[in-house]
Design a protein around this ligand. Structure first.
Ligand SMILES: [Zn+2]
Length: 301
């Protein structure tokens, strides 16, 4: 891990006793990067209209045209609370699904939690950015009896109403991303809390609407003056997606993504935000500068 101290309020925690789980201090919060494992997605789908001759240089494809992806989830600690943001793909996948997406070590999410001395019961809130399988699959787990239950039995699960509706009325274009066993048991257990629009999950920390990938797609914005940071989720999944035209083929509303991204990067580069990246296999967080047309970045985790 490269420790680059850029400010005294947003910095790496370094190699302390819990150093095997990378973490950042953001204002009063400690943000741990829990790994939901690794997987691979088609490189063409990940870069939309950008030709392979170009994207293959920054994200080399394997023999099946897939690129390496992380599932970097956040555990935010502070204000006496613990909030998990997203949960990776989870452990319910059958062998065919596991092979198609080259899923590796999805069980690492709970292992990382255990390294921090925490059990699933210790999570008070699970914030679901959207309901695609690689973001909320770990929300539920299949037990030895074959029954799928919520993984975090004492948590309230926050889901945006728009996303919940869209997941339950999926069409031929987005159906493959939505799987009921990843979220329907949350409702059955009485742990589902639907909300609309932006919602404050901790003081100064917001689930923020970032439309384009889906209509209800959200990121997590740390609105802390001097330490602003944004978990960009599928708006900017990796550093390779920092240039404006690098927009995923998966996005339902790519031109909306473009405008969301332009607005985010304009402010982020001007103020030097730290962007926390959910899918980058090599960068957990980068500090951006430059302009939205020419973003430069420095790895901070
Ligand atoms: Zn997604």
């Amino acid at each position: 891990m490269v420790a680059t101290e850029k400010s005294d309020r947003t910095r790496l925690m370094g190699h302390s006793g819990i150093a095997s789980i990378p973490s950042l201090a953001i204002g009063p919060y400690r943000v741990h990067f829990l790994s939901g494992g690794r997987f691979r997605l088609d490189g063409g789908a990940m870069f939309g209209v950008v030709p392979k001759a170009i994207w293959n240089r920054v994200a080399p494809a394997d023999e099946k045209n897939r690129i390496r992806m992380g599932m970097n989830c956040l555990l935010i600690e502070g204000d006496g609370k613990r909030v998990l943001v997203d949960s990776g793909v989870g452990t319910k996948s059958d062998p065919k699904f596991t092979d198609i997406f080259a899923i590796e070590r999805p069980e690492k999410l709970l292992e990382d939690l255990a390294v921090l001395g925490l059990m699933p019961e210790d999570i008070q809130t699970v914030a679901c950015t959207h309901l695609h399988f690689d973001h909320c699959g770990g929300s539920t787990t299949r037990g030895g009896d074959g029954v799928v239950r919520t993984t975090f039995p004492k948590a309230r699960y926050l889901v945006r109403e728009q996303e919940w509706r869209d997941a339950h009325s999926a069409n031929e274009r987005n159906r493959a991303s939505y799987m009921g066993p990843n979220y329907d048991p949350i409702e059955a257990a009485g742990q589902l809390v639907l909300h609309d629009g932006d919602v404050e999950i901790l003081p100064g920390v917001w689930m923020k609407n970032l439309p384009g990938h889906t209509l209800g797609h959200q990121g997590v914005f740390f609105d802390i003056p001097g330490s602003r940071a944004l978990y960009t989720v599928d708006l900017i999944p990796t550093v390779a997606h920092l240039p404006l035209p690098y927009i995923m083929g998966y996005d339902l509303y790519p031109l909306t993504t473009l405008e969301t991204k332009r607005a985010v990067l304009r402010e982020a580069t001007r103020e030097g935000w730290v962007l926390l990246l959910e899918h980058d296999p090599d960068h957990l967080a980068v500090r951006v500068s430059g302009t939205e047309q020419a973003v430069t970045f420095e790895k901070v985790a």
